[in-house]
Design a protein around this ligand. Structure first.
Ligand code: FES
Length: 170
């Protein structure tokens, strides 16, 4: 009596190459998504543990100029560069501020960094507005968004007057 197995039907035994391709695709997709999610969770968890230690810790007062020299109604630009300290190192911080007074008694200082991606906005006096050169955003003199992609108004800084000079806190 013979116990030989029946030969396999070649059609049933063949690898389904389409199915293998789909499985491989699903595997790669699964591991890619898992990696991205893991990096995101670990990254945000790490950020939470570190807290705001990556941000500059010290607020700095920047002198804008003598108030006697600030012309009423004019928008004055002040560029600044300074050392700021974060948790473990000194970094150079650069930017531009815009200061004006409508009455010679109260002062407004705006951070010139666009709230979209941080380009420095330019004051267009003839149009009475700020323009961002990067993506054509426009802001009012008060810093409110008129058009373009910025999500919010220009930053308005705390000010003080000391020894006849205007300072802004950045
Ligand atoms: S950086 Fe100003 S509009 Fe994009």
């Amino acid at each position: 009596m013979s116990h030989d197995l029946e030969p396999l039907d070649p059609a049933k035994g063949a690898w389904d190459t389409k199915e293998m391709g789909r499985r491989r695709f699903l595997e790669v997709t699964f591991w890619s998504v898992t990696s991205v999610v893991t990096v995101g969770v670990v990254g945000s968890g790490g950020r939470f543990l570190v807290g705001n230690s990556l941000e500059p810790r010290t607020a700095n007062w920047v002198q804008i100029g003598k108030i006697a020299e600030l012309k009423v109604g004019a928008v004055n630009r002040v560029n600044y560069a300074m050392k700021a300290t974060d948790a473990w190192r000194e970094v150079e911080q650069k930017g531009a501020l815009y200061a004006y007074t409508a009455d010679g008694a109260s002062y407004t200082v705006l951070d010139g960094s666009c709230t979209h991606l941080g380009c420095i906005v330019q004051w267009a006096a003839s149009e009475n507005r700020f323009r961002c050169p990067c993506h054509a955003a426009e802001f009012t003199r008060e810093g409110e968004v008129m058009s373009g992609p910025p999500p919010k108004a220009l930053g308005r800084l705390e000010t003080k007057i000391q020894d006849g000079a205007l300072f802004a806190r950045i």
